[in-house]
Design a protein around this ligand. Structure first.
Ligand SMILES: [Zn+2]
Length: 488
């Protein structure tokens, strides 16, 4: 027995030595001293002012009454034409679905597959009653204190204007791409893109076009947003996005007067069903994009964190539950369950004959709408609760490779523009228009070159949305390089 104990102790000791050695040998490389920005000469204040102009077009997407809001989209498209004449001289533009814009800047070698850069033109509305909490009016586009203020300065007119500025910069200097460059600016991303990018992707498929790679919004340069990474920025490059589905749960029971209630009620039954569902979460694991992300950030984390992250073969039993304990990381590791609406009853002394709830689920790439419905039914385990799909939903996207030329070009461009940034592939938990292009490309990446800190995340779709003037300079330089490298 003593002998076995000794062997066990030395085995554990050996494992720890291996883990520590692995940990120590993968410390992050030093941060390069300077960016190579100097060759790209940008007048950042002019760029900022033009973003301000773009913000003033109230290109708001709403679920209803879409047609009523067409004026600003038409005016915005006209503004692009007059503001970026060199680009409009070399590229052709097609209007799709009424307002979405699709550009073609032809390359000299038509045998090469084109690339596509995307940014949507529409923005979300201002929540009623919050106008007063903005430091600058939400559609003022005011440039003050080193920032451009207004709805869309993060999501995502900053990247839209930076793409246009980058293309104009190159076109005005006589740059001529070898590979064709496309731009797609959708007008209805915030409502799912049915008339814009869905149609553009279908059009490309009908024309027999395959895209070499696609770049859209999704991740950003995270500054102080990734726990444990304090002296480096992290470029989150989305290689996939989650799917989405909402289910209706409906419980039936005997209605009637509430003075003599039966032992079982519709509300009680539904409540038990929801509770069982929430206590039966989907499987979550460190694999796919989240594993790639952890690999990328590990070298820059403190010793103990690095020890766990770089030796997941040993620490997974502790690491996985810890990561699942945080809503942010859990969302990247599994399909999430969120009961969002509940409805039953018309009067406080009448038992309702039915009670219903809506549960919104964000689908991890390992699950499907079908497997989710099966999981939910099994978890609720009650034939008196009907489970139906409320909206058609959408499956999670496919996972784009990190070995493609597109990913390499994007990574290199990030590193040149944001020295020292760690390139972390990740899973985008929200939706983007990029997914529509799966029918014409295998290489779809979701990243905009905007730096966000802890203080900025609430501004996204919230109040006081703003982006820094200096950051816009970086964003334009990023797209100049990306277009050049991508079209070489
Ligand atoms: Zn967006």
């Amino acid at each position: 027995m003593k002998r076995i104990g000794l062997i066990l102790v030395s085995l554990v000791g050996l494992l720890l030595v291996v883990a520590v050695v692995r940990t120590l040998t993968i410390a992050a490389p030093d941060i390069p001293s300077a960016a190579i920005d100097d060759q790209i000469d940008i007048d950042v204040l002019s760029v900022a002012n033009r973003l301000g102009e773009a913000i003033r077009f109230e290109t708001i997407s709403t679920q209803t009454n879409r047609e009523a809001n067409r004026g600003p989209f038409v005016a915005f498209a006209k503004w692009m034409e007059t503001t970026y004449p060199a680009l409009h001289a070399v590229a052709s533009r097609e209007v799709i679905g009424g307002y979405s814009l699709f550009y073609t800047w032809p390359g000299s070698d038509p045998t090469l597959e084109p690339i596509l850069l995307m940014s949507h033109m529409d923005v979300v509305p201002i929540a009623p009653g919050t106008e007063q909490t903005w430091e600058e009016a939400p559609f003022s586009g005011k440039v003050a204190d080193g920032y451009i203020w207004g709805r869309g300065t993060i999501d995502t007119k900053a990247s839209l204007v930076a793409i246009l500025e980058g293309a104009e910069y190159l076109a005005a200097r006589g740059y001529s791409p070898r590979r064709t460059v496309h731009f797609a600016f959708g007008h209805d991303e915030e409502v799912g893109g049915p008339l814009g990018n869905v149609k553009i992707a279908e059009m490309l498929k009908a024309r027999g076009v395959r895209l070499h790679w696609v770049a859209d919004e999704g991740g950003v340069i995270a500054d102080g947003l990734v726990p444990g990474v304090n002296d480096r920025t992290v470029a989150l490059v989305g290689v996939a996005e989650k799917g989405y589905v909402t289910l209706d749960l409906t419980a039936a029971a005997q209605g009637g007067h509430s003075s003599m209630p039966p032992s079982d009620t519709a509300i009680g039954r539904l409540a038990r069903g929801i509770d069982r569902l929430q206590n039966t979460p989907f499987d979550g694991a460190v694999e796919g994009p989240v594993a790639l992300m952890l690999d990328a950030i590990a070298p820059a984390t403190p010793f103990v964190q690095r020890l766990a992250l770089t030796n997941r073969w040993l620490f997974n039993p502790i690491l996985t539950p810890t990561l699942l304990g945080s809503p942010t990381t859990a969302a990247m590791m599994r399909t999430t369950i969120a009961p969002t609406m509940i409805e039953a009853g018309v009067k406080e002394n009448v038992l309702p004959a039915s009670a219903s709830a809506k549960v919104n689920l964000r689908i991890h790439p390992r699950d499907t709408v079908e497997s989710i419905v099966a999981h939910v039914k099994a978890a609720i385990d009650d034939e008196m609760i009907e489970v139906t799909v409320f909206n058609p939903g959408r499956e999670a996207s496919v996972i784009s490779p990190t070995t493609s030329e597109g990913f390499q070009i994007i990574s290199r461009t990030i590193q040149d523009t944001f020295p020292g940034a760690l390139i972390a592939p990740n899973l985008v938990v929200g939706g983007t228009d990029a997914r529509h292009y799966e029918i014409v490309s295998d290489n779809i990446y979701r990243f905009i070159p905007i730096v966000l800190g802890p203080e900025d995340t609430a501004r996204f779709h919230g109040d006081n949305e703003r982006t820094s003037v200096e950051g816009m300079g970086q964003a334009v330089r990023y797209y100049v390089r990306l277009i050049e490298r991508g079209s070489e």
